[in-house]
Design a protein around this ligand. Structure first.
Ligand SMILES: Cc1cc2nc3c(=O)[nH]c(=O)nc-3n(C[C@H](O)[C@H](O)[C@H](O)COP(=O)(O)O)c2cc1C
Length: 190
């Protein structure tokens, strides 16, 4: 399948684990997505995007960590076994989960530029996956980001900015919910 870039960009949706089907994503396909990530723009060529790729039994390790982190950061009174199970199961349903990490270069560029460049790399992955029939979504589990960095054993100087779930899916096509671009643009023409 080859979509025009307009159609590819506009048809891409966030696809969540309940819609994932149990079809493994070949490693070569994940490598193609990562290769495309590497072509994102980057100020001073710092290329700050870093990824930790969880597949196979690796997904179970991440799932256990996320579920136990939920337990550890939740008071017994508000702990929900259902939420614990969902936290775990949604990772196990994925074909792959990428931890999105950023290597900061404070001597060269500000942190926001590194995060912006990494987000561009993630969009490359997202669109490349979409074109291959693979859905994805960016999850930013607020209370887990710092424990995640520890779990990932990130070197100092790197930070985690979320998880990217990937999976073949059976979600129906849904139109994007967006307010008009006209409301978000100021033209200066004279
Ligand atoms: C930086 C970033 C963080 C996001 N974090 C979450 C999240 O934690 N949970 C979630 O359900 N969706 C998250 N999303 C996905 C958005 O909910 C989704 O992109 C938005 O609703 C628009 O839908 P669409 O991607 O289908 O166009 C995130 C998206 C971005 C770009």
């Amino acid at each position: 399948m080859s979509l025009s870039s307009d159609l590819l960009i506009r048809s891409r949706r966030s696809i969540f684990p309940p819609s994932y089907v149990s079809r493994p994503i070949p490693k070569e396909t994940i490598l193609e997505l990562l290769e495309n990530a590497n072509y994102a723009p980057t100020h001073r060529l710092t290329q700050p995007w870093r990824f930790t790729v969880f597949t196979g039994d690796g997904l179970a390790r991440l799932a256990d960590f996320m579920a136990e982190n939920y337990r550890a950061t939740t008071s017994p009174a508000s702990f929900s076994q259902a939420k614990y199970d969902v936290t775990r199961d949604k990772i196990l349903k994925a074909g792959a989960v990428l931890a999105i990490n950023v290597e900061l270069h404070p001597d060269l560029v500000p942190e926001w530029e590194e995060i912006a460049a990494t987000a561009a790399a993630v969009q490359n992955i997202w669109l490349s996956a979409w074109e291959r029939g693979i859905g994805g979504y960016w999850s930013t589990p607020g209370s887990a980001l710092e424990p995640l960095a520890e779990f990932l054993d990130l070197p100092s100087g790197q930070k985690n900015i979320g998880l990217f779930y990937l999976g073949y899916h059976d979600a129906p096509a849904v139109p994007a919910r967006r307010t008009p671009i006209e409301d978000k643009v100021v033209w200066v023409e004279a």
